[in-house]
Design a protein around this ligand. Structure first.
Ligand code: NAD
Length: 354
């Protein structure tokens, strides 16, 4: 199968590229290489005979038309997006441009291409839109999101992703494009951009900086190892019926404070501080993010039932693996940290940084 995959130089995209190539697919990565696109994340597959790369913006209709025409994909996996909530608070415009307008451009081009297909190629075509559980808003202490949960996005990021989900549904309903949507919980693992929570904690701990935790640290996320997510997406591309949406999660709810403590414990064991103190002494609480959702949790029952998908990597194993990966791959993250690591918090709450 030939997969046109947007955002393949990103964290989850690069994991999906590896997963699809391992399954024997050919993959064309379409990526603008924004600050979050890391070519080194694709080094491992760069010489694979099934791998191709196109540097292009998904908002560029003629570039997207050319990509469909030249590559003749059997399906699309759409992951390109602006993804960092804090940045969406500072500057929403690029989120609307890429996540909303870019998705519409890609849908239009996919539709034009799909309409030109016939027979099995037309029937088998899929447009998989990779979205987030953040579109559902915030949970109280009880309950979990599932495919019937109403949308209630609360940040510019989640609002832009919700808008893109609606566009994808509309192109499915109105034009018959065979679309799929996944709404996944927080991912973690190797090659995540240093501004996100877990890499930020690891890298700031190692450099002796404070470990900033928003508010009371009790915001809960449901964590999924990135390779388990990639496996779910590959499975959806392979077997899901058009129009299906799936909630994907790790069944691993943790507070942000627990995440920080687990990262510190792993580092205390793997690379103890020279003064003998725990990295936990570096944890500080900082002013909360505006509109900070309290709790996300996913009921992944539908994908388990339809396709026997379940996470394979438990949180403690995955986190340890992730910490070891960052310890062993400073060549990957060091070039990204000059700009990337400074982005934690809104403009007003940046004062916590030393
Ligand atoms: P990421 O920020 O690591 O990577 C995004 C990629 O998209 C980068 O390679 C970037 O260069 C590319 N990109 C951005 N704008 C582009 C444009 N206009 N044209 C072409 N390429 C562009 O993101 P990620 O964490 O890998 O997330 C991938 C997708 O999964 C996103 O759609 C995100 O909303 C969704 N998602 C992420 C998580 C998570 O925890 N990270 C959870 C659920 C869903």
């Amino acid at each position: 199968m030939r997969t046109l995959l947007t955002g393949g130089a990103g964290f989850i995209g690069s994991a999906l590229v590896r997963e699809l190539l391992a399954r024997g697919d050919e993959v064309l990565v379409v990526d603008k290489l924004t600050y979050a696109g890391v070519e080194a994340s694709l080094d491992e597959v760069a010489l694979h005979p099934g791998f191709r790369f196109l540097k292009a913006d998904i908002c560029d209709a003629s570039a997207m038309a050319g990509a469909f025409h030249d590559f003749q994909p059997d399906r699309v996996a759409h992951l390109a997006a602006e993804t960092h909530v804090d940045r969406s608070i500072d500057g929403p415009a690029v989120f609307i441009q890429t996540n909303v307008v870019g998705t519409q451009v890609l849908l239009d081009q996919a539709l034009a291409y799909w309409r030109g297909l016939t027979g099995a190629a037309r029937d088998g075509f899929r447009f998989l839109h990779v979205s987030t559980d953040e579109v559902f808003g915030s949970l109280g202490a009880e309950g979990r999101f599932d495919e019937t949960t109403p949308y209630d996005p609360r940040s510019p990021y989640s609002a832009s992703k919700a808008a893109s989900d609606h566009l994808v549904r509309a192109w499915g309903q109105t034009f018959g494009l065979p679309v799929l949507i996944s709404n996944c919980s927080n991912n973690y693992g190797p090659r995540q951009f240093p501004e996100k929570l877990i890499p930020t904690l690891i890298l700031r701990a190692l450099s002796g900086e404070s470990l900033p935790i928003y508010g009371d640290g009790l915001n809960v996320r449901d964590w999924l190892f990135v390779e388990d997510h990639a496996r779910a997406l590959a499975l959806m591309l392979q077997v899901a019926e058009p129009g299906r949406t799936y909630c994907v999660g790790g069944n691993a709810e943790r507070t942000n404070l627990q995440i920080a403590e687990r990262v510190c414990e792993a580092l205390d064991h793997l690379q103890p501080r020279s003064d003998g103190f725990s990295y936990q002494t570096q944890i500080v609480f900082v002013e909360d993010r505006p509109g900070h959702d309290r709790r996300y949790a996913i009921d992944a029952g539908r994908i388990a039932q339809d396709h026997a998908w379940r996470p394979r990597i438990d949180f403690d194993t995955g986190l340890r693996h992730t910490v070891i990966w960052y310890l062993e791959h400073s060549d990957w993250w060091r070039p990204l940290t000059k700009d990337g690591m400074v982005r934690m918090g809104t403009r007003d709450s940046l004062s916590f940084r030393e």
